[in-house]
Write a protein that binds this ligand. Sequence first.
Ligand code: AMP
Length: 394
Amino acid sequence: MSFSSLTLCEPLLNALADLDYSSPTAIQERAIPAILSGSDIIAAAQTGTGKTASFVLPILQLLNTDCKLRGKRIRALILVPTRELAVQVEKSITDYGRYLPLTSMAMYGGTKISEQKERLFEGVDILVSTPGRLLDMAHQRALHFDELEILVLDEADRMLDMGFITDINKIIERLPEDRQNLLFSATISNDVRALAKRSIYNPVEIFIKQDKESAAKIEQWLVTVDKGNKSALLSHLIKEQEWDQALIFIETKQGAAKLVSQLEKRGIPTESIHGDRTQAMREQILADFKSGHIKFLVATGVAARGLDIQNLSRVVNYDLPDQVEDYIHRIGRTGRAGASGEAISFVAKDNFRNLCAIESRLGHVITRKTFEGFDVKKTVPVSILNYVPKNKRK
Ligand code: AMP
C-alpha cells in the first residue's frame, strides 16, 4: 500500500518523500483512514510502530483548512506523559507539516511559563503538552479550549501510570463536547478502558502487534529458582554474564533494602528507589542510573510509577508481578532503538499461576535457562497456555 492511496494530500506526500517513508506501517494503514473520516479511535500500539505519524498525518490534513485561528486558542491538543515525548511529537509535526501553513508547539513543566504563554498569545493549531503545565495555563487563562476540534491521548497507559488521571479528567471537563478523540496506548488495561469510556464515543478499535523485527529486540527469558536463592542467583548472573546495567523490580521496600545489602556484600554497588523516597530523589537516582553512574537499581513497582523509565538495556523481575499488564509494561521499558533489550524473570513455585497468566497473554512460553549450582528443590511446572485466572472465569 502507498501513502497516496490513503488519500493524503500533496504537501504531506511530499514531506513523506523527503523523509524516505515508502509505505505506511500497519497502524498507519488502519488509523489514517479512520481519523480522516472523523471517527474516534482507540489504538493499542507501542512506540516503534509508527504510531505518531498515524495520528499526526491525518490531523495535519484535517486542520488544513482556511480557518482563522484566534488568540490563545488551539485546534488540536495532544496530551503526552513526558517532556521528552512532547518534544519528539512536536518534531514529527514540523517534519510532516513542513509544506503546510500550520503552527505547533511543545509545552511542558520545569521551564519558564512566561515564554510559553507568549507563544500561546497568537494561538497555535496543534499543541503538544504534558497535563500539569496545560492545566496551569488554563487556570491562568493563557489558553482557551472553545475552538478545540481534536484531542489525542498519547501513551495513555504511561500517563495513568505517572498519576495524571486527575489532571486529565480536569482537562477533559474543559473541552468542547463536540470533538474528535484519539487514544493511543501500549497496553489497554482496565484503567485505560475506563478513561476511554469517559472521553471517547463509539471508537474504532485498532490493535497492532509489534512487528516481528521490533518484537525480537526484546529477549525474554526466565530462571526458575527457590525463593531463598534469588539474591545469590542475581549476583551470579551479574558477574558471570558481565551485566553492565539492570533495573531490578521487587515487591516490597523491605525486600529492596535487603537485596541492596546482599548485593553490596557481594561487591556489587546497588541503589534503590521505593515509596519512602521523594519524587525528586527518585528522579535524581533514575537520572544517575540512566547516565550510568548507578549500574544496578532495585525498584519497587509502586515507586517506579511516575518515573520516565524507558529504553533500558535490561530489566529483571526479581519478583514476578501479580498483574499481567505490569509484566508487559516492564518488558516494554527495555530495548533501545536498534539495540537489543533483555527481560529476565525469576520464577519461584509460588509464582506458577502468575506465570501461566503471563505466558497465556504472550501466547507462548518464555524460554527457560538453567545455571549450574542453582538447581531448584521446588520445580515450577510448564504453563498451561489457555489458563484463565479464577476471577475471570465465566
Ligand atoms: P513511533 O512509533 O511513532 O515512535 O515511530 C517510530 C519511528 O518510525 C520514527 O522514527 C518514525 O520516524 C519512523 N516511521 C514512522 N512511520 C514510518 C514509515 N511509514 N516508514 C518509515 N519510517 C517510519
